[in-house]
Write a new protein. Structure first.
Lengths: 488, 95
């Protein structure tokens, strides 16, 4: 399957119809479902109706920019009239009454929604093994995890089932699965994409963003997803921008001349696997050939980002997930004594083990007598981490490092040890705590032939430059063109 | 600040999640491991540091106070476990 940019051009030139493309997409999704389990819901009828409408708009000549492109949404984003489960038994029977803002934006841009992708339950997980609907498998080797929590979106783009998909990133849930599955995943600046209709996990960290095969496609999707929304009080009101504008400029032989890339020593420490380390060395050499220079920077407080996150995110989750009480929507227990017992049994049955653990951690850190020691302390260390990044961004435009310390691990390898699982997000969490944008793009292969992700981070609102750097790297290298055997 | 089994039962009740006696021991072990990782924060000197509650230091946006949504209670209640006459049904709380 081609990229979004290629497919949009082919559709516009009428070399291909959206109905044909959508039929092919649906066939591929069905064929891969048993092996990958990447989808929770497939909407064949809705997709074909949208494809026919896109074809008609193209024929009339008034088609929006992404008309006819099939995409999938992570099942945490509300889609009007379509089941939206959050990967949880709690919402197994839930049909969303309205569209999320980013879903509306991509619909208005002409995309064709083919289905909803599998995910860790309520986006809590780094391996896509906490889903009520079973784990997603990595298309590069189905014994391995695809990463999480947006594992279904990452796997479906990696397996070339869809050219692009949406995800959400609270502690790395777009970038880490993008890395482990060998695709591109962008977490924009917090506030660029509205959280309206994104079922909340941790409100101060949750960020919607795109998955695609190229940085260019991520820019095209972000153009449709970003924008001010009065329904999200944290949505930022800024002038509309074209995130692909710098990609269209001619690059030349040294397109990154003048770019300073910061290399934080904390990103190249003991926990990083040797094959990931050597992939990063190759990537840095390639970027230098394109004209970039490197500078050593330091982010000393980043080592606390995992403990900070595991106070703040569960605290916010314990509050957000209190809405699932068996009264207004979702699962309700069948046997109970009274109202309190109904709440307790409904939540015991509806939530899985990891979600319960995080709610309990959050309840504890917010409970009487512990607030200052945990929540306030974590918010103070969050400030130290954000200050570290601002000092580093005074020395460089882009911060580079591995997205995750290792390539994908085997299913079941970390399910009994939550802390080991959490440490997988050690390089991604800081981007959520600060709210700064970051992208993971393919940057090599492990000794086992599994993808290695390269993370590029930039300062607030610098998505256009971030995407340009990723694009120039992709014009000069071919890691993003490598596909798993599964896709062929 | 060692977490006790009694704490597990207390916070489970606060969170309205039923945990049976058998599962409580495993939850206790996992939460103890998580808190030993979280407790690394106690080593950081945060004297005088202003807590950061959000990525953007912006004031909450205000919007005009006007009716923007029509009545959609039937749609919203169509996904509820039990409703009657436009009301959500719950077990009796007052005898």
């Amino acid at each position: 399957m081609e990229t979004v940019a290629d497919l949009a051009a082919a559709l516009r030139a009428r070399k291909l119809s959206s109905v044909e493309l959508t039929e092919q997409t649906l066939t591929r999704i069905e064929a891969a479902q048993q092996a990958l389990n990447a989808f929770i819901t497939v909407d064949r009828d809705g997709a074909l109706a949208a494809a026919r409408a896109a074809d008609a708009a193209i024929a009339r000549g008034d088609a929006p920019p992404l008309a006819g492109i099939p995409i999938a949404h992570k099942d945490v984003l509300m889609t009007a009239g379509l089941r939206t489960t959050c990967g949880s038994r709690m919402l197994d029977n839930f049909t969303a009454p309205y569209d999320a803002h980013v879903v509306q934006g991509l619909k208005a841009a002409g995309t064709v929604l083919v289905g909803k992708t599998n995910m860790d339950e309520f986006a809590m997980g780094s391996s896509n093994e906490t889903s009520w609907y079973g784990p997603v498998r990595n298309p590069w080797d189905t014994r391995y995890v695809p990463g999480g929590s947006s594992g279904g979106s990452a796997a479906s783009v990696a397996a070339r089932l869809v050219p692009a998909a949406t995800g959400t990133d609270t502690g790395g849930s777009i970038r880490q699965p993008a890395a482990l599955s060998g695709v591109c995943g962008l977490k924009p600046t917090y506030g660029i994409c509205s959280r309206y209709g994104l079922i909340a996990f941790a409100s101060s960290l949750d960020t919607p963003g795109p998955f695609a095969r190229t940085a260019e496609d991520c820019a095209l999707l972000l153009n449709a997803m970003a924008g001010h929304d009065a329904r999200d009080s944290t949505s930022i009101d800024r002038p509309k921008e074209d995130y692909a504008r710098k990609l269209r400029q001619a690059g030349g032989a040294r397109p990154l001349e003048g770019l300073r890339i910061g290399l934080p020593r904390e990103y190249f420490g003991d926990g990083v696997a040797p094959d990931v380390m050597s992939a990063m060395e190759t990537v840095i050499a390639d970027l230098r050939k394109l004209g970039a220079t490197t500078v050593d920077v330091t982010l000393p407080a980043v080592k606390y980002s995992v403990p900070v996150y595991y106070v703040i995110a569960p605290a916010e989750a314990s509050s957000n997930l209190s809405r699932f009480d068996g009264v207004r929507y979702g699962h309700r227990a069948t046997q109970y004594r009274d109202l309190t017992d109904m709440y307790c049994k409904t939540r015991a049955e509806g939530f899985g083990a990891e979600v319960k653990r995080r709610i309990l951690v959050g309840t504890y850190v917010l409970s009487h007598g512990y607030y200052d020691a945990y929540y306030l302390k974590a918010q103070q260390v969050r400030r130290l981490i954000a200050d570290d990044f601002q000092r580093a961004f005074a020395q460089c435009e882009i911060i580079l490092g591995p997205t995750a310390p290792t390539a994908a691990f085997e299913l079941g390898a970390k399910t009994d040890d939550p802390v080991q699982m959490y440490l997988n997000d050690i390089f991604t969490i800081a981007g959520n705590l600060t709210g700064t944008p970051a992208i993971s793009i393919p940057g090599g292969l492990s000794h086992q032939g599994l993808p290695i992700g390269l993370q590029l981070q930039a300062n607030y609102f610098e998505e256009a430059r971030l995407l340009e750097v990723a694009h120039r790297f992709q014009q000069a290298t071919d890691w993003h063109r490598r596909a798993p055997a599964f896709a062929t | 600040m060692a977490l006790t089994l009694e704490d597990i039962h207390r916070i489970a009740y606060l969170a309205r999640i039923e945990i049976d006696a058998g599962a409580a021991a495993e939850v206790h072990a996992k939460l103890t491991a998580i808190f030993s990782m979280i407790n690394e924060l106690q080593a950081v000197d945060t004297t005088g540091i202003v807590p950061m509650s959000h990525a953007q230091d912006v004031a909450l946006a205000m919007r005009e106070d006007r009716v923007s949504e029509g009545d959609q209670h039937a749609l919203y209640q169509s996904v509820a476990p039990a409703v009657e006459d436009g009301l959500y049904l719950v077990p009796r709380v007052i005898e």
